[in-house]
Design a protein around this ligand. Structure first.
Ligand code: XMP
Length: 513
């Protein structure tokens, strides 16, 4: 039985980040709604409680107030941001509406490290985001750290093992924040650090089985990308033949992509995979269209249409599974008028689940990308799938600038295959964010032997990035660029010229359309 740390959610955008940091420390945690009773927490055997931040003020009539009994369970409690204010408010201290909001970076000075700041530097850059603040300590507490604006930035009651932190140790911008959390888990709660990816998979498999039961059928749209691939592998592990995957060939895939998907999932994993060849329909609808937004819309609408039609032909299903990850989900508990869950619309395949009366199943919705990759590897997916570069939903449709034709796609696919081969062979494929070719709608004069060759132009787009929000072009070695360019112009008959895109994002974007 795992030891459980309870994260009580007061609607913070960072609640899931707290859970993620706890997993990073290899400790099991569970997120609880703030209304959960102390009895429930006791029954679940929690060994420590973290009170999350949240958008409310403790003075608001709609402020989320937890069961006060959680302070009587005899387990350590750590309040973060709204959590520390709640502790002040509920345990006899005083909170004030601050005239001075504190946002962004601040410097924390630790006067008495205690168990929470054990072996950490005395001064740390930390990240704040709060309006109210504690102005009077509750009985039993002492201040152990200060920032310029908060005399009570870190407080502790050693006797009861209650701690409060005004800043956000869970966010990346708080220096050594994860160490503070680890100190709470290990030094204060005495947690064992034995929660691994394997344990996550076991829990997820048990959860999926419990939700789906022995009879229901689950459908999953497989794109071949990391998220849907890992979701497929995990679901297959849990429910085997009750899972059916649908792969739509829209004619905008890279060379050999459909065959790779068939070979991996149908032959290797023995997943019930239905491949729908809709390439002709997509190309027909895209005929003569040059505007990038129009192309994207046509591709999106046609995908939903084809997917819906294929689901009907497969027969009855109960669930639609999606590889939604946590960064795709902006979720918080419903507090006041806050919506309970907002999901980026592109992940909810055009409102399909409601129209087809399918329930949604999202087994990866609590995970971040790197955790999903670890799950994929543990489920036996090959490195090429788990670590593959992102590929846009509209596929090569946004990499053929101008009109999309079969002939242009063929040229692009041939050139792109060469680029991928060289990136793999040199090891650069794994070092960059994305590397791909773009077909340009211009002709350029070349010469082959003694003959004029008026042919196509291919651009190379190779970028580095952390999150696709910003990107810079990769400085590939000249020798490698030369090899790629030579091979493309020699091996792809219709290409007379290769150019290199040296634009950063911003002002350019990664894709050309
Ligand atoms: P841009 O071109 O906006 O791309 O700099 C940022 C990242 O997003 C990918 N991308 C998409 N992914 N559907 C997707 O799933 C799309 O329509 C789409 N458009 C761009 C792009 O490859 C890059 O990684």
């Amino acid at each position: 039985m795992s030891q459980t740390i309870a994260v009580i959610d007061f609607g913070s955008q960072y609640t899931q980040v707290i859970a993620r940091r706890i997993r990073e420390c290899q400790v099991y945690s569970k997120i609880y709604h703030y209304k959960t009773s102390a009895e429930q927490l006791r029954a679940d055997g929690v060994i420590g409680i973290i009170l999350s931040g949240g958008p409310s003020s403790v003075f608001s009539p709609k402020a989320p107030i937890p069961d006060r009994g959680l302070f009587e369970l005899g387990v350590p409690v750590l309040g973060i941001c709204y959590g520390i204010q709640l502790m002040g408010h509920l345990l006899g201290g005083k909170v004030s509406k601050s005239t001075h909001r504190e946002y962004g970076h601040g410097t924390l000075t630790i006067q008495k490290p205690g168990r929470l700041f054990n072996k950490l530097p005395k001064k740390l850059r930390v990240w704040n985001s709060h309006g109210d603040k504690l102005i009077e300590l509750p009985p039993g507490f002492a201040a152990i750290g200060t920032t310029d604006n908060s005399p009570f930035a870190v407080i502790e009651d050693r006797k009861r093992d209650f701690y409060g932190i005004q800043f956000h140790p869970e966010v990346f911008h708080s220096e050594r924040g994860v160490d503070v959390i680890r100190n709470f888990l290990v030094n204060v709660c005495g947690a064992r650090q034995d929660w691994t990816t394997k344990d996550f998979i076991e829990h997820a498999v048990a959860d999926i089985r419990k939700t789906v039961g022995k009879k229901s059928r689950v459908l999953l749209g497989l794109s071949g990308g990391v998220d849907s691939s890992v979701a497929a592998a995990l679901l297959h592990k849990a429910i085997g033949k009750q899972l059916t995957c649908v792969f739509v060939d829209n004619g905008l895939l890279r060379a050999g992509e459909r065959e790779q998907v068939e070979s991996l999932y149908a032959r290797n994993f023995k997943i019930d995979l239905r491949v729908v060849d809709a390439s002709k329909l997509f190309l027909r609808r895209l005929k003569g269209v040059t505007d990038p937004e129009k192309k994207r819309k046509i591709i999106g609408i046609t995908f939903v249409e084809v997917f819906e039609k294929s689901l009907k032909s497969i027969g009855h299903a109960d669930y639609l599974a999606q590889g939604t990850l946590y960064p795709d989900v902006i979720e918080s508990v419903a507090i006041g008028d806050n919506p309970a869950a907002l999901i980026k619309s592109h992940h909810n395949v055009g409102g399909l689940p409601e129209r087809m009366k399918l329930k949604l199943l999202e087994p990866l919705r609590e995970l971040f990308k790197d955790e999903v990759r670890a799950v994929g590897e543990a489920c036996g997916l090959p490195r090429e799938v788990v670590w593959r570069q992102p590929f846009p939903g509209p596929g090569l449709g946004v990499r053929v600038a101008g009109e999309i034709t079969k002939a242009r796609l063929d040229v692009l696919k041939a050139a792109d295959t060469i680029l991928q081969e060289e990136m793999m062979a040199s090891g650069w494929y794994w070092k960059v964010w994305q590397s791909f070719c773009v077909f340009l709608p211009v002709k350029s004069v070349g010469v082959i032997g003694d003959e004029r060759n008026y042919a196509d132009v291919i651009a190379l787009r190779i970028v580095e990035s952390k999150d696709a929000m910003t990107a810079d072009w990769t400085r590939l070695p000249y020798d490698l660029l030369q090899k790629i360019s030579n091979r493309i112009t020699n091996e792809v008959r219709d290409v007379s010229r290769v150019v290199l895109d040296i634009s950063s994002k911003p002002p350019a974007t990664i894709e050309w359309e």
